[in-house]
Design a protein. Structure first.
Length: 255
């Protein structure tokens, strides 16, 4: 006769459930790779992004737009007519609440005055105001062109420094592998120690050049950041990319 033995599986199920719950909590609390540094993915900046930010948010562009608005307001004032003046005069009138003056008649006079200076000077002032508006618009165009040139120069300087820093880091990494290879050969006794010293010297020179390239990249990023206004990306994390189609289009469009 076969006898079946019953086992209580409830504690085992509860243990498995607790372990799964702890694993789920840990997976939610530990940030994933790539999102631990920032909540938003970093998108490389193009020349269009830099120019759009510089021409709309930079203080020089805003100041030029404010001067145009001020010149247009002055033109509106110059084209307007002078305010008419209305007056009402009363003579020999009794004091309020007092008795009327005997033997003297009450005299009233109503006058309306329109300044003629505004009529005579309106057209010359309007022509001068129009010229001031055109001058302000020309200054704004010049400021925008100079601002676009400076921002483009900062953008391409950052791109060049970025490429130089990447190349310097790649060269340093490759020389590290060369040093490790020569070190293993020296330890095996199949290569001279002078070869290892020369490789280490070249690696140290490349590391120093990479540090200088990193400093140049940080300087270029700081200059480029002054044209970006309010951005969520840190100045130290700016990454640029060159859009050839936009560069060609911008070069052939008159500004």
């Amino acid at each position: 006769m076969l006898h079946r033995r019953r086992t209580n599986s409830a504690p085992l199920v509860r243990c498995v459930a607790v372990v799964m719950f702890i694993a789920a909590v840990v997976s939610l609390t530990i940030p994933r790779a790539g999102t631990a540094q920032s909540g938003h993915p970093r998108r490389p900046l193009t020349l269009a992004d830099v120019l759009d930010s510089a021409l709309t948010r930079h203080p020089l562009a805003r100041a030029a737009a404010a001067r145009i608005d001020a010149a247009r307001g002055a033109r509106t004032t110059a084209r307007s007519f002078g305010n008419p003046v209305l007056s009402y005069d009363v003579e020999n009138a009794p004091f309020p609440g007092g008795s009327p003056v005997t033997g003297m008649d009450r005299e009233t006079m109503t006058t309306a005055t329109l300044p003629l200076a505004s009529l005579v000077q309106r057209f010359p002032r309007a022509r001068r105001a129009d010229a001031d508006v055109r001058a302000a618009e020309a200054d704004a165009r010049l400021a925008r062109q100079q601002l676009a040139l400076d921002a483009s120069r900062a953008f391409f300087r950052t791109a060049l420094a970025q490429v130089g820093a990447d190349a310097a880091r790649d060269l340093t990494s490759w020389l590290d592998s060369v040093v490790a290879y020569n070190k293993s050969r020296v330890e095996e006794g199949v290569a001279a120690e002078a070869d290892l010293l020369r490789a280490e010297l070249e690696r140290d020179r490349a590391a120093a050049a990479a540090t200088l390239q990193e400093a140049e990249l940080a300087r270029a990023r700081a200059e480029l950041g002054s044209y970006l206004g309010d951005v969520s990306t840190s100045r130290a994390d700016l990454v640029v990319t060159i859009d050839d189609a936009y560069c060609v289009e911008w070069a052939y469009i008159p500004h």
